[in-house]
Design a protein around this ligand. Structure first.
Ligand code: DGJ
Length: 336
């Protein structure tokens, strides 16, 4: 009787389904977190801090719909929910840390109101102020505000406090990324001038505002979705063309100084549908900690009419003599 009772108790306490750990990257497939829910972190960025990776991204849930103001160019949307954060030690298995910058529900004027646009969050850590600083694209529903917004937190897992937004150096700002250099300086790369020209803006030492020093690069080349990395003193850049949610051929470039001159290298993608960036769009390029020369290219595969089912393409990035390539893989692992 006693044995039967303990067996029943043990069975009741054991979870019915044990989630198998993720052991490989499977680009384009549903990627579940440690609770078994699909990872919801789109257009995002990564931070490595104290031996842990953090993944921040747009939460895309709910109905996809098309505001009248955007119908001419296919600008479907979901209401803003906030920015999610996940943590991981191995880049494959991610624990959901929550919504670290939730949308505002009751003030339609607020820049984080669910009716606005909050995209492409990127977080960097400021050693001097000990603050985690998030930059993101802030916009009105019709994308005419064209601002960059900033938020801060004392912990990587939030909550982040929204500080406001601006047009950096007076210039329009839509798709963006933040790049933190080895010397601690941080730069905002943002699509500006009606998305025709990319701007690089040096941030203030506390990373909370533009410093006033900036450059115009890739003039008239119409690029979105910038991602930047550095290897052996050279700066590398990846971006997309401007075709809304629809995929196009990726761009890449290299420079010896962050201020340029930047030399375009063409589409770095290799393999099936490389001409359409494997139906993806660049979001972030991650240097793998402790493995110099190893980078992961994180792309979004947007679903224009069902944005919440958008997927991630994490692919290995290979450095070449001229620049870099991103080959397609159905599944792959990082070499140990
Ligand atoms: C392309 C941008 O790269 C995305 O971040 C998003 O703003 C879509 N356009 C909206 O159509």
């Amino acid at each position: 009787m006693k044995i039967l009772l303990s067996l029943t108790l043990a069975a009741a306490l054991t979870p019915c389904v044990l989630r198998a750990a993720n052991t490989e990257f499977k680009p384009g497939e549903i990627w579940t977190d440690t609770s078994g829910a699909p990872i919801n972190a789109h257009g995002g960025g990564l931070l490595y801090h104290d031996q842990t990776y953090y993944w921040y991204g747009e939460i895309k849930t709910g109905k996809t719909w098309s505001p009248k103001s955007n119908s001419g160019w296919g600008g479907t949307r979901v209401d803003v929910v906030g920015i999610s954060c996940y943590s991981s030690k191995d880049l494959l298995n991610w624990k959901h840390e929550g919504n670290v910058l939730p949308a505002v529900q009751d003030d339609p004027q607020h820049e984080l109101h669910k009716s606005k646009v909050v995209e492409r969050p990127k977080v960097i850590y400021n050693k001097a102020t000990k603050k985690f600083v998030m930059w993101m694209h802030i916009d009105s529903e019709d994308y005419q505000l064209a601002h960059a917004g900033v938020a801060v937190s004392d912990q990587p897992t939030g909550p982040f406090q929204y500080l406001g937004s601006c047009r950096p150096d007076g210039a329009m700002s839509r798709d963006m990324t933040v790049f933190q250099d080895d010397d601690g300086k941080a730069y905002l790369f943002h699509s500006s001038e009606d998305n025709k020209t990319m701007h690089i803006a040096l941030l203030s030492d506390d990373y909370l505002k533009p410093s006033g020093k900036f450059a115009r690069v890739f003039e008239g080349r119409s690029m979105e979705a910038p991602a930047v990395f550095k290897h052996q003193g050279r700066y590398y850049f990846m971006a997309s063309d401007c075709t809304g949610w629809a995929p196009n051929a990726a761009r890449s470039a290299v420079a010896d100084s962050i201020w340029g001159p930047w030399r375009e290298l063409g589409n770095p993608c290799r393999g099936p549908d490389a001409a359409l960036t494997f139906h993806g769009q660049s979001s972030y390029i991650l240097p793998v900690a402790g493995q110099p020369g190893t980078f992961i290219c994180y792309l979004d595969r947007w679903k224009q009419f069902d944005l919440q089912d958008s997927r991630y393409l994490w692919l290995p990035l290979q450095l070449t003599a001229a620049g870099f390539e991103v080959p397609w893989k159905d599944s792959w692992k990082l070499a140990k």
